[in-house]
Design a binder for this molecule. Structure first.
Ligand code: UD1
Length: 419
């Protein structure tokens, strides 16, 4: 696996384009199964998780091909199977999202359980109980999920917590159910609105995404379409944090501040000047960051758990202290030990982490523990004196097309080993 070399200590100056959103494109790829036709996805990011989704689609008899840098054409007309192998399920933890779509299209599905991941247990009980509410029979014995749904029937489903994946899974299943499905207590993330927009472009009748109640009028035949994936708000947050960490002036084309206003609010408090317009977000950071109020992760519109490690890395040199509270996943401070190797002062106690700002960070050999933890190491390395060698970067490839390219566009020294 490739190593990433970052030489820190230089201010950033430059601009880069924000790739399409991973968390949007993955459910959209599952949703292509609902159309017995051809879908052209524009702004599709080239990611390991997208490759894994493509292999799942191919395993089901569909075809997919890249046209140019960022257009993926998927044809699901000749779907021939309804089972996903365990090896493919293990490659990507969010593969459970295929369950609702396969059940809606085939009336039957067989998937292995996605199981836990680097962030801790990843239960899918809400996905399963919602699908059962719609009339699916799901047997989940022995790590294999076997679902049968000769006829899905729309109804009201109440989610006890706003799970992103469960909301999306149920939206997809509901497209294949007769009658109206209402999901209350739905997650409100922008990616759910993107999924609704995609489904609408295919001819579905879905409304309410972006609020806590989503309605789907199911049973309509869906057609293929051409659709542009929304920009990735966590990638945008990463590069804003990169500017806060190293100092400098960056412009992120396509980034949309309305998707990451809790992140920009903290960066403004830290002293960054941020402006945005229809073209993107500009960020200027001149000084060491200020201390900030406690940052508590929460479902959208709260502070995103996916930006926690990245913001923490940007605040390692803050003047004072910064407190973090992680409320979404159990195991989301694994990056802390690696940041400590670079001279960071962080104390973790349960779900709380307190950063005591240090004047200097230094380069060190470090290891990615997970996707966003890996991005956090890059952000910290930009502010560290000397060279940081980041290994196990396969985690980063799950969510960033080419983080070294983007950081170079922003004026950093970042290169893959051997590049
Ligand atoms: C999605 C995102 C991920 C992000 C997360 C939270 C994708 C592909 N991934 O993951 O990047 O970190 O949202 O914003 O979009 N839960 C249950 N039972 C369930 C489902 C979830 O207890 O059936 C719990 C989870 O353990 C977690 C919380 O609900 O504590 C939120 O999880 P969820 O919103 O489902 O996250 P994902 O959809 O897996």
């Amino acid at each position: 696996m490739s190593q990433l070399i970052v030489r820190g200590g230089r201010r950033l100056e430059g601009e880069t384009e924000i790739q399409g959103a991973k968390n949007s494109v993955l459910p959209i790829l599952a949703a292509t199964l609902l159309t017995a036709g051809q879908v052209e996805l524009r702004g599709c990011p080239r990611l390991r998780d997208v490759d894994a989704s493509v292999r799942i689609l191919e395993g089901l008899g569909c075809t997919a091909r890249w046209e140019g840098a960022d257009v993926l054409v998927v044809d699901t007309q000749n779907l021939s199977g309804c089972a996903i192998s365990e090896a493919l399920m293990r490659e990507m933890r969010s593969s459970a999202i295929f369950l609702g779509a396969i059940l809606a299209r085939c009336g039957e599905a067989e998937l292995s359980y996605p199981g836990g991941c680097e962030l801790g247990p990843r239960p899918i009980d809400l996905h399963l109980s919602g699908l059962r509410d719609l009339g699916a029979e799901i047997d989940d014995a022995g790590g294999v999920l076997h679902g049968r749904a000769p006829r899905l029937q729309g109804r009201e489903i109440v989610l006890s917590l706003p799970s992103v994946g469960a909301t999306e899974n149920l939206m997809l299943a509901a497209c294949g159910a007769s009658g109206v499905t209402t999901i209350t207590g739905a997650a409100q993330e922008p990616e759910i609105l993107d999924l609704q927009n995609f489904l609408s472009a295919c001819g579905a009748k879905v409304s309410g995404a972006g609020t806590s109640t989503v309605s789907v009028e199911g049973g309509r035949p869906l057609r293929g379409c051409t659709y542009t994936v929304m920009p990735d708000r966590i990638v945008a947050a990463t590069y804003l944090c990169a500017a806060a960490s190293a100092g400098g002036e960056v412009f992120l084309r396509r980034a949309r501040e309305e998707h990451l206003s809790t992140v920009t609010a903290v960066l403004r408090e830290a002293g960054c000047a941020i402006r945005s317009d229809g073209r993107g977000i500009a960020c200027v950071c001149r000084e060491r960051p200020n201390a900030v109020h406690p940052v508590r992760t929460a479902p959208y519109p709260g502070f995103p758990t996916d930006a926690q490690a990245i913001l923490m890395a940007a605040l390692l040199r803050c003047r004072g202290a910064a407190m973090f509270e992680e409320n979404m996943f159990e195991n989301r401070y694994r990056h802390v030990g690696e940041l400590a190797r670079m001279g960071a002062g962080i104390q973790v106690s349960g779900r709380t982490a307190v950063v005591t700002g240090v004047k200097r960070l230094h380069g060190a050999p470090v290891r990615c523990t997970d996707l966003r933890g890996g991005a956090a190491l890059c952000v910290a390395a930009l502010a560290a004196e000397g060279e940081t060698e980041i290994s196990e970067t396969g985690h980063i490839a799950r969510g960033y097309e080419d983080i070294a390219r983007d950081l170079r566009n922003l004026g950093a020294y970042a290169a893959w080993a051997g590049e």
